[in-house]
Ligand binder design. Sequence first.
Ligand code: PLP
Length: 428
Amino acid sequence: MSQHPETIALHHGWRADPTSGSVAVPIHQTTSYQFNDTDHASNLFALSELGNIYTRIMNPTNDALEQRVAALEGGVASLALASGQAASAFALQNLAKTGDNVVSSTDLYGGTWNLFANTLKDQGIEVRFVDPADPEAFRNAVDDRTRAFYAETLPNPKLHVFPIAEVAAIGSEYGIPLIMDNTACPILCKPLEHGAAIVVYSATKYIGGHGTSIGGLIVDGGNFPWGEHKDRQPALNTPDPSYHGAVWVEATAPLGPVAYIIKARTTLLRDLGSAMSPFNAFLFLQGLETLPLRIHRHCENASRVADWLSGRDEVTRVIHPGKQDGKTRARADKYLSGGYGGLVGFELSGGREAGRKFIDSLELLYHVANIGDARSLAIHPASTTHSQLTPEEQEQTGVTDGYVRLSVGIEHVDDIIADIEQALNKAG
Ligand code: PLP
């Protein structure tokens, strides 16, 4: 198998349909799959034979996407879900239950923050937030009930790259896996290569790139020794009453190191039902085919925009990994290869009013809450995504009154810069 993302993204997990010869992965728009006979059916339900049962749990179109994303990450298997939110929730719920805790970076997407601080808390799972600038903060928050570490590789708005290897190494001392949300930098970073155990994506962003579909994925690295940490990881090492008392590490051993992802599929997805529709899986496959090409254009354009913004008088600060220095820059250079991603932040000296005026004056860039679209996007967080936060909380997350976030697309860079320029001129 090729190790090159350009080739994997086009070929892995599918060749052609065995009956029709279809080269494109067909949309298997079916709820169910006919069993050969009753033995076949009971073997599938008992997991003694792998195969399709019901589309809530598996589907051949989703399977092609899952295999392709797992291969791109260097993982052993993956699970497609209805959204990135479902992927983040499942990633933790698969290991932690009432009374357990997880240590997470503070630098998170707002939706993930809400999920961790409120919904998981209501479910009895405590998320302990620590500043990722110091990896030792993760160690200091560990206790006997800590089941996982969680972080984003390239969190916005700060765009400080997370110290993956450092925190993964701390986790491995305790039998704690590191789960990385790599949504903002697919291809550029492969967290599993740096010691992470699980990778989470909102496919809604760069993987799709077309801005048509919501979806998420969890990739199992197959590199975490769950069975060596029986006390630390009870979810995978003690009998699961929801599956005839199966001990996941043992029950899945004949299939390879896939205990984590099989449990997520056969229990959480079965019970909570956040399945990706086959149609969306098909659309994500279309996006994925060109992701290795697109992501580099995003990076090139974003770097050009960051450079250009640095030369403007009304711009007091440009936030972009390529503009950082010291330890932060060293981490960006260590963990991102081939570019610094497509996100750029900047601060306007005119504060909140200038930020709003800038957004309202854009003609080419879209004013949306999304990132990772092939089109260029912009938002003023202080008056939108972060408006419910107190000024202190806004400051902690890196959002100031004059802060504008750009998700730089793949249009011709001159057109992107021309639009930013005319909007800056109007914002004053
Ligand atoms: N993770 C990150 C880094 C995100 O930016 C988002 C969405 O903005 C999510 C997760 C959630 O993904 P979704 O919107 O697909 O549920």
